[in-house]
Write a new protein. Structure first.
Length: 92
């Protein structure tokens, strides 16, 4: 439905000096992506996330709006994210 690429201003300059270390650059990109597609995170039934570090996947889920930071550990339990009975999409 949409595709986008981008990051925040000077993202490479902040890799080791960022005041916001819990950031995967989707914080600025995800809202634009959903706007282009004409949907919200609540409209997504299935998503495939890839990041090169496991922690970044969890941050990406939060930055895309699939769950809140304090909910991410419950959101990614095996039972919650496994098809066909996973409940993650229906919770938020």
């Amino acid at each position: 439905m949409a595709t986008a690429q981008g990051s925040n201003y000077r993202h490479n300059a902040t890799i080791e000096n960022s005041a916001d270390l819990r950031f995967t650059n989707f914080k600025t990109l995800a809202p634009r992506l959903f706007e282009m597609a004409g949907i919200t995170a609540k409209d997504v039934d299935c998503a495939q996330m890839y990041e090169h570090f496991s922690g970044a996947v969890m941050i990406s889920l939060v930055e895309h709006g699939f769950c809140k930071p304090e909910e991410v550990m419950e959101f990614v339990t095996f039972e919650n994210i496994t098809a066909p009975k996973g409940q993650a999409a229906g919770q938020h």
